[in-house]
Design a protein around this ligand. Structure first.
Ligand code: F6P
Ligand code: MN
Length: 320
């Protein structure tokens, strides 16, 4: 089996980007070790602080954020970084070619119940000039790489540099990520959806109708029975979609009128959309391609509907 390093070399990935991806993989290896130690690593439980989104930070949110921040700041090719757990953009090395946005610990409410968590990265080209928030405000279509690492029974990494989506598994013996799938393909059809059903009464009419028709099953207009899954960690749900197809959505809702959307564009929706599109899937807000959105802030949130091409398109049909 080829290592990540060998795979990137064989594919002729730009040397700087290659080095950066190796750094991201190394961070994930270290976080994976902490996650595996659970209570023994002292990583469970919450801190007393909140992030910019007003969410209580878990201990591991902070540990993973600091670990990645330090590793990236030490990389001469990183010009700046933006994290879910940092209020503002963090400038790194003036000569750097890349900007990195990341969610250090996605699904962090799962950490205390020994369930799936992961890390998500998005890499953008760095414009010339100073690194401030405006440097990051590029559409997802500009991404040069995106990946997530899922800390599950196995630690896996899904990676794209714009030429398909690759899947790696962390070899616990060597500590290296080994290539297990060169071109992931998401099945175009599915009978599985993922949505937080407890928000049903707060959704917009389009999503209400789409899910209602799925729930009618064989007897309804869809003419087939659907299954539902919800991991409460986007990494886990997107990994299932990449593995066997499905539709994943966190739609707009009116539960908290000040926050109509849940998922973050820069470090959740964009990198996941890149991975899904490169595997033949579709990623939309319901009304536009996620990767075409011109961001207006690093912590901006969006509605997300992604996964199997035909099923997502069916759902988009309800949105008019
Ligand atoms: O990062 C936000 C997130 O944790 C996602 O990973 C996940 O899909 C979603 O929120 C879970 O939301 P809820 O708490 O509504 O189940
Ligand atoms: Mn997250």
């Amino acid at each position: 089996m080829q290592s990540l390093n060998e795979t990137l070399s064989r594919r002729g990935i730009d040397g700087d980007l290659h080095a950066l991806i190796q750094t991201l993989a190394q961070c994930a290896g270290e976080i994976s070790t902490l996650v595996r130690g659970g209570a023994l690593s002292g990583v469970l439980g919450a801190t007393e602080s909140e992030n910019v989104q007003g969410e209580t930070q878990k201990k591991l949110d902070v540990i993973a954020n600091d670990l990645i921040k330090n590793a990236l700041a030490a990389q001469p090719l990183v010009k700046g970084l933006a994290s879910e757990e940092e209020d503002d953009v963090v400038p790194a090395n003036a000569e750097g070619r890349f900007l990195v946005s990341f969610d250090p610990l996605d699904g962090s409410s799962n950490i205390d119940i020994n369930s799936l968590v992961g890390t998500i990265f998005s890499v953008l080209p760095a414009p010339t000039g100073a690194v401030d928030e405006s440097a990051f405000l590029q559409p997802g279509a500009n991404q040069v790489a995106a990946c997530y690492m899922l800390y599950g029974p196995a630690t896996v990494m899904a990676l794209t540099t714009g030429d398909g989506t690759l899947m790696f598994t962390l070899d616990p013996n060597s500590g290296e990520f080994l290539l297990v799938e060169e071109r992931v393909r998401i099945p175009e059809d599915t009978a599985e959806f993922a949505i937080n059903m407890s928000n049903q009464r707060f959704w917009q009419p389009a999503m209400q109708s789409y899910i209602a028709d799925c729930l009618k099953g064989k007897e309804g207009q869809r003419g087939k029975n659907f299954n539902m899954r919800w991991i409460a960690a986007m990494v886990g749900d997107v990994h299932r979609v990449l593995s066997r197809g499905g539709l994943f959505t966190y739609p707009q809702d009116t539960k908290n009128p000040a926050k109509p959307f849940k998922l973050r564009l820069m470090y959740e929706a964009n990198p996941m959309s890149f991975l899904v599109e490169q595997a033949g899937g579709v990623a939309s807000t319901g009304y536009e391609r996620i990767m075409a959105i011109q961001p207006d802030g690093i912590h901006q949130r969006v509605a997300v509907i992604l996964g199997s091409k035909n099923e997502v398109n069916t759902c988009l049909g309800y949105h008019g």
